[in-house]
Structure formats: C-alpha cells, structure tokens
Design a protein around this ligand. Structure first.
Ligand code: NDP
Length: 329
C-alpha cells in the first residue's frame, strides 16, 4: 500500500517537498471494518487550507501522517452492516491505495448508475455544492441573471448548467484560459470571459450590461468586488470559496478575514431603513412603552445655535457626541 503523507506545511504555494510517498502494509480489517481498494480520490481546494496549522471548519492535516479526503473504491476485505466485499463505497480516506475504515463511515453507491468517479464530482460533493449554493443559498429564480467564477471547474461548471436548466435568464462565467472560455460556451453559458484579459469589472459589464441577480463566488478578491458592483437591488451572492487567496502568503486587503464568511456560514445582508416603514407603528408602540416604563435610556449631545451647526456636524464625525447629536435652535 502506498500513501501520501504531509511532510511539511507549505508557505504560499505548495511544492513537491511538502509531500512524501510512504509504503505501508495493506491493512487488515477488525470487526465491523472494511478495507477498500481506492479507485479514485478527490483533490479539492479546501485541502490547501488544511495544510496550514490554522483553526478552520475542518481540522488541519497532521504532519507525517497520510492526508485524507473523498475517495471511492471497492471493498476487498472485511465487512459491516450492509457492506460486503465487492461493494463500491464512497468514504473519506483518500490519498492512499488501500483504506481501512469502519463500515459505518462508508456509503455504498451503485456503480451502474454512473461511472464511479462521478460520485466524487457531478453526483458528489462538488455537484451538491453547486446545486445547494445556487438554488438554496442564493435562491436563484427563473429569469434571473447569474454570474459564476471558477466557471470551468467542478463546482462552477455545474452552477452554470444547473442555472440554465432551472430557467436562468442569462448565465455568465469567468475562467482562466481561452480553452476554458470556449468550453463554457459549449456548455450553454450565454457569455464567458477569461479573467486574465483585463479587469473583471469591465468584462462583467460587457457580459451582463444590465447587472446580475446572483453571484456564485468561487474565487473572491477582484471577482467578488466586481460582482458586488454588478449586483442589482436585492441581489444575492453565495460565497462558496475564495481560491484566489488560498496560496497567498500576504493577507488580502481588509476585511482580511472575509473568508470566515464561508466557514461560519454567515449571512451579510445589506438593508435600508426606508424599506421597513411597515414596522413603524409596532416600533413606536414597543419602544415608547419601554421609555415610559424606564426600561430604556437614551443620551443626547446638544449644541446650541444655528451658527454652531457646522461644528456640531464636524464634532459628530470626530466623535464628540454621546448618543444622538442635535442642534438646538
Ligand atoms: P475547481 O474545479 O474549480 O478547481 C479550482 C479552479 O480554480 C482552477 O481550475 C482554476 O481555474 C481556479 N483558480 C485558481 N486560482 C485562481 C485565481 N487566483 N483566480 C481565479 N481562479 C483561480 O475546484 P472546485 O470546483 O472543487 O472548487 C471551486 C471553489 O469552490 C473553491 O473556491 C472551493 O474552495 C470551493 N468549494 C466550497 C465548498 C463549500 O462547501 N463551501 C465545497 C466545494 C468547493 P482557472 O483556470 O479558471 O483559474
């Protein structure tokens, strides 16, 4: 059995030196365990983050131990509830030829439905990422304009096609080479561009002159900035990944921790008070009640005279107010 260990933690872009090929015995299963001869293993962008010694939504890889990740293969020894030798199973111990695991942490799949590799892609984690991110997180509606970055990759290529199949009005993708751009057109994207050709903002403007309703972000950075600019009123963005910064040794521009939006599943939603006038009566009744009952206090900083209004305003910007800054006329 051969497996890949993490030999050292990459600084910036990983190099071959960070990995080590190690030979071990083919494992022997204990009770309830299976041995899987892996046929395919997945490599995924999130693994780069796990190579750092940093707290995240998945623990870091250990040094001098095999890496892990999605894999599929055939059970060659052992057995567990509902899993027998000869079955094809999906599991989390990739980066090795033979995996030993509890039967309970493997999922049987039907190899006749699709080639087994599909369970690591279109019918697997990346396919579900696209489907859930587009339809659930971004709540794409028929007729909407969708922009997806990383569009020729595993997730992005599904996002664009699912959008079209679910009735998107216009689907725009960005990718990193002319061949990829051509592929996107063949896949049915309405427009596609190579982000190396110039500012993303300009290319997006040309591809979606009326703006976009949904942005599916795989890249972050300049792509996210351009998409925020292009999003229409009440647009939505599914923040899936920020691959442009995974290998960066320098922190990105502030907010430097923007990628935490993903791991923490945050919703950052803009709003304007003017849209919420329907709450006014309820607001006045409830807050007015707290005031009368002495359960709510408020501060005011009062500047006297119209002539001091500019000073009041400048004082506000300088922080000279406690509570609401007012001018008494
Ligand atoms: P891909 O198949 O899309 O492969 C990664 C692609 O990223 C490359 O092919 C490359 O394409 C592109 N890329 C690399 N560097 C840059 C850069 N600096 N700027 C723009 N594009 C770049 O991978 P996946 O489909 O597996 O993952 C796509 C994204 O989705 C990643 O950000 C990943 O972290 C995220 N993800 C998130 C999940 C979640 O649960 N939130 C689950 C799965 C994936 P190109 O030639 O176009 O540059």
């Amino acid at each position: 059995n051969r497996e890949i260990h993490l030999a050292s933690r990459p600084q910036g872009w990983p190099t071959a030196d960070n990995f080590r090929l190690v030979e071990t015995e083919v494992p022997t299963p204990g009770p309830g365990q299976i041995v899987v001869r892996n046929q395919f293993m997945s490599v995924d962008p999130y693994m780069r983050g796990r190579m750092n010694d940093a707290k995240s939504y998945v623990p870091p890889f250990a040094l001098d131990a095999p890496l892990d990740g999605g894999a599929i293969g055939e059970v060659v020894a052992g057995g567990a509830d509902g899993i027998n030798v000869g079955d094809t199973v999906l599991h989390g111990l990739g980066w090795r030829e033979y995996a030993l695991l509890d039967g309970a942490s493997a999922r049987r799949v039907d190899p006749d439905v699709a080639p087994v590799s599909a369970y690591l892609g279109v019918l697997g984690m990346t396919g579900l990422t696209a489907y859930a991110g587009l339809l659930d997180v971004a709540a794409m509606q028929p007729g909407e304009t969708v922009f997806v970055s990383g569009a020729a990759g595993a997730v992005g290529s599904m996002v664009g096609q699912i959008a079209k199949l679910r009735g998107a009005g216009r689907v725009v993708g960005s990718a990193g080479s002319p061949a990829k751009v051509q592929r996107l057109t063949a896949l049915g994207f309405d427009a596609a561009f190579d982000y190396h050709d110039g500012p993303v903002r300009d290319a997006l403007k040309a591809a979606a002159p009326d703006g976009i309703d949904v942005y599916f972000d795989n890249v972050g950075g300049e792509h996210l900035e351009a998409a925020i600019g292009a999003l229409k009123l009440h647009g939505r963005a599914a923040i899936c990944g920020m691959i442009a910064q995974y290998n960066s040794a320098e922190p990105p521009a502030a907010p430097r921790n923007l990628a935490l939006v993903i791991g923490k599943r945050l919703t950052l939603r803009g709003f304007l008070v003017g849209d919420h006038g329907g709450l006014r009566e309820q607001f006045v009744a409830e807050v007015g009640g707290w005031l009368r009952e002495g359960r709510l206090s408020y501060d005011e900083t009062i500047v006297d005279g119209i002539g001091n209004a500019p000073d009041a305003f400048l004082g506000l910007l300088r922080g000279e107010n406690l509570g609401k800054m007012l001018v008494r006329l």
